[in-house]
Design a protein around this ligand. Structure first.
Ligand code: ADP
Ligand code: ASP
Ligand code: MG
Length: 412
């Protein structure tokens, strides 16, 4: 029988009523003759609440216990979804990650899926089960401990199952009807894209567009999963939503296809560090060991053998970063004058494969920001993206200005 993966995000399972609506969609696919693997998120707001409880209990928490707590939201919705399907006379059962098992690395709170043996689910499908409801976002480490895949991880669970079970398609049901040129919550001019290239979606996701988790796009690209994003509230049709596909399958596109933002960034500056070989390793080694996700890095020109080193990281990792740097200083491995944390920054990026063949995107971007009086603190670029770090209070303004200047409101 052909198989389908259907993933329902937090807003799509936020209430019992919404779970019923989602289950009806599953029923439609079952009636068409599919065996369905349903991946569910926790009810919307639940994971944030659980993360809040962990942080309140233990600011520098043990990540293994963090995973034990924050994975629990998905267990509830998986069971409720299976019960709802059973009430509709559809043979279904729920599976927690460890039961499948979804085998992951032991990098707690950001584990990667390593394998999903298909035997257990296959055996149940062979017995007549029509729907396997799997709790998204979670797995089990080689040590036998519960892991989670990082925020938004249910998307990755979904794509990984689609690959492992050779599903015909992986449908990601969410609260918007597809991938837009920018977050429709930030700009009313955002335009839905019918198709987007894997590479662009990968950049947008990694630069903050949380409609898909980055890793899910990577997996879809690698395992050639037919990945679609669509609304769980709209019409059911084969053309609905946005298809994430190969570059070759897109006929025309703008130079820039999207604007992404990441709201909660911090800019950290170590002043007066010795400008000598090994200094970058002495800084970024301990940061990596402490689990700090460093993003942008800038080293200033040096004066009298001393320089300032600036990096950005998520705002909720500032405490970890400070602790790691002060510990390195106390151990005598690193010498600096001060560590200045600016916790009021955000990152705004433009993405487009058209940048490969068009010069002048950067200057257009910088001019648009300067016309709005927005100061750029750090810049990074790659082949198909440009990112800037700016004051958080200008985030919406910057996104809208860039959306306008690159004409994203209209299709190419
Ligand atoms: P779910 O709970 O279904 O996983 P998420 O909140 O994780 O949903 O992702 C959907 C949200 O992503 C949308 O509500 C939207 O605000 C946001 N978003 C950010 N950038 C984009 C974009 N370019 N296109 C569509 N949605 C986007
Ligand atoms: N519930 C998890 C989160 O909020 C995973 C997910 O929804 O994708 O991050
Ligand atoms: Mg999500």
């Amino acid at each position: 029988m052909p198989r389908l993966v259907m993933k329902f995000g937090g807003t799509s399972v936020a209430t019992l009523d919404r779970i019923r609506r989602a289950a009806k969609r599953v029923g439609v696919e079952v009636a068409k003759g599919y065996e369905v693997i349903v991946i569910v998120s926790a009810m919307s707001g639940k994971t944030n609440e659980l993360v809040g409880w962990v942080r309140e209990t233990s600011p520098l928490f043990d990540a293994r216990e963090y995973d034990a707590v924050v994975s629990s939201g998905e267990n509830v919705t998986a069971g409720l979804m299976a019960l709802t399907l059973q009430e509709m006379d559809i043979p279904a059962r729920s599976w927690q990650g460890w039961q499948v098992p979804v085998k992951t690395t032991s990098a707690h709170s950001s584990a990667r899926i390593e394998a999903i043996p298909s035997d257990n689910l296959d055996a149940k499908f062979a017995e007549g089960m029509k729907v396997a409801v799997v709790a998204g976002f979670q797995g089990i480490s080689p040590e036998g401990r519960i892991t989670t895949l990082g925020r938004g991880g249910s998307d990755t669970t979904a794509v990984a199952f689609a690959a492992a079970f050779e599903a015909e398609r992986c449908d990601i049901y969410t609260d918007v009807d597809g991938v837009y040129t920018t977050d429709p919550r930030i700009s009313s001019k955002a335009r839905k894209l019918d198709r987007i290239a894997f590479e662009e979606m990968l950049e947008l996701a990694s630069l903050g567009a949380k409609v898909l988790q980055t890793r899910s796009v990577e997996l879809a690209m690698r395992y050639r999963v037919r990945l679609r994003v669509l609304s769980s509230f709209g019409e059911m049709s084969d053309e609905a939503g946005t298809l994430v596909c190969d570059e070759e399958d897109i006929v025309e596109s703008n130079v820039i296809s999207g604007v992404a933002y990441s709201r909660d960034e911090a800019k950290m500056t170590l002043t007066a560090v010795a400008d000598q070989p090994g200094i970058a390793a002495a800084i970024f080694g301990p940061l990596a060991d402490a689990g700090v996700n460093v993003d942008m890095i800038v080293q200033n020109i040096s004066e009298e053998g001393r320089t300032d080193m600036t990096f950005s990281c998520p705002v909720d990792q500032v405490l970890r970063a400070e602790k790691a740097m002060n510990a390195a200083k106390d151990r005598g491995e690193l010498d600096f004058h001060e560590l200045i944390a600016d916790e009021n920054t955000c990152k705004v990026s433009v993405v487009g494969i058209g940048m490969r063949s068009h010069a002048g995107v950067a200057s257009q971007m910088f001019k648009a920001l300067s016309d709005e009086g927005i100061n750029i603190k750090v810049i990074t670029t790659s082949e198909i993206k440009i990112s800037v770090l700016i004051d958080r209070k200008y985030m919406e303004l910057a996104v809208q200005a860039l959306h306008d200047v690159f004409g994203l409101e209209k299709a190419a």
